[in-house]
Design a protein around this ligand. Structure first.
Ligand code: GLA
Length: 390
């Protein structure tokens, strides 16, 4: 198990900027990756989610540019990309990792904002493709930097929708609003209870340390399998089910109406998808109730039930994540579940602080027995959302 990473990422972004542009940045901005405690595939159903920000983050060193092209250097990609207004105006013209940056410029223009031309250098310690929202961290960091550089007064509550629009409209991924909200609106020691319809938030105290607990995050390293297509297929199934049931979104089906709703749907696959979303929304509400009451260990069974629902009803887990959950539970975790969009990524396990190491070892042992690539684990503490660092 590794501890929290050291934080040379700020220095790496600054050094990258100086190397790429031969001058000092005007400032540094950071936005975190996230772990979703519970509430999976509920965001695009107008439902409820409960993420918190990781201390791992993406840092942007930036300065205004008097020219007409945005220039971005990325440490992870090991390259520099530049694009002008015309490329930013047309989704698809900038591809790869830089599409997330051009997408933010595009979304700001679309919102009628006068985006400043800038030079940017990006470094990150959010693992890529691990289901910890590295894309939202990149979008949120770039968005925060550009808004500040341009002195554009956009309320924090309105920012996640701009970052989401970059991803939906420019990058072409039909994600919901959870990840961008988490990266922008989360606070240390709290989980963010977000109503994805009204965008109202409640900062729910989630002080693991005070409760003698730890949240172990296990990166399954499972290769992503058809992630984009499967995600879009789940979303379409949910939206068509809502239409068939005559409701604006599956959020409008309560657990007390579930049996009646299921009886009206012919397709057994769609029935399972609906059951996941409806029961998951209820689990989020129950988790929030327990956190408000300071009964942290009691959320364990809800986490595990969420995993079972993702495995059996939403069908988005893979053997690696199921194995991690089973091994964590067998080693004494209060609860465990996959977090994020699915088909790989990370598992979280709620454990007594002293049990973090043995549970991580138990998962590693189970992986070795099944011949899976060794997982990596770390303990996560809720950190701050996107902000200017200097
Ligand atoms: C991805 C998406 C989010 C959300 C989750 C599943 O992370 O970006 O909008 O739908 O999957 O909960």
């Amino acid at each position: 198990m590794t501890g929290q990473p050291d934080e040379p990422v700020t220095e790496r972004a600054t050094a990258g900027f100086t190397r790429a542009y031969g001058s000092q940045p005007a400032g540094l901005w950071a936005a975190p990756g996230r772990v979703n405690l519970i509430g999976e595939h509920t965001d695009y159903n107008d439902g409820f989610v409960l993420p918190f920000a990781l201390p791992r983050r993406t840092v942007v060193a930036a300065a205004p540019d008097s020219g007409r092209r945005w220039t971005v250097w990325s440490e992870q990609a090991g390259e520099q990309v530049s694009f002008g207004r015309a490329q930013a105006a047309e989704p698809g013209r900038v591809g790869g990792w830089a599409a997330y940056v051009a997408g933010v410029v595009w979304a700001l223009y679309e919102a009628g904002l006068d985006v400043p031309v800038a030079r940017l250098a990006i470094a990150s310690d959010v693992p890529l493709g691990a289901g910890l929202s590295s894309s939202a961290a990149l979008e949120a960091a770039v968005l925060t930097a550009l808004l500040d550089l341009g002195k554009l007064d956009v309320p924090v509550a309105d920012r996640p929708a701009l970052a989401q629009r970059a991803e939906n409209g420019y990058v072409g991924m039909p994600c919901g609003i959870m990840d961008q909200s988490a990266s922008i609106r989360c606070r240390p020691d709290h989980a963010l209870f977000l109503d994805c319809r009204t965008l109202e938030v409640e900062q729910v105290p989630f002080d693991l340390g005070a409760a003698g607990l730890a949240l172990l995050v296990v990166d399954s390293h499972a290769p992503h399998r058809h992630v984009g297509g499967e995600y879009a297929a789940r979303r379409t199934a949910c939206e068509s089910a809502a239409a068939a049931l005559g409701v604006p979104a599956l959020r409008d089906v309560g657990t007390d109406q579930l049996d009646t709703a299921l009886a009206r749907l012919d397709d057994p696959v769609v029935r399972r998808r609906v059951r996941h979303v409806v029961t998951e929304n209820q689990r989020v509400r129950e988790t929030v109730e327990l956190l408000r009451a300071g009964r942290l260990p009691e959320i364990g069974p809800l986490l595990t039930a969420s995993h079972q629902s993702m495995r059996d009803d939403f069908e988005i887990t893979v053997p690696e994540v199921d194995t991690a959950v089973e091994a964590a539970l067998a080693a004494g975790a209060y609860g465990a579940r996959m977090t994020g969009g699915g088909f790989g990524g990370c598992v979280l396990a709620l454990v007594d602080r002293a049990a973090a190491e043995p549970v991580a070892s138990a998962v590693a042992k189970a992986y070795a027995e099944r011949g899976f690539r060794a997982p990596t684990s770390f303990t996560a503490v809720p950190g701050p959302g996107a902000r200017r660092l200097s």
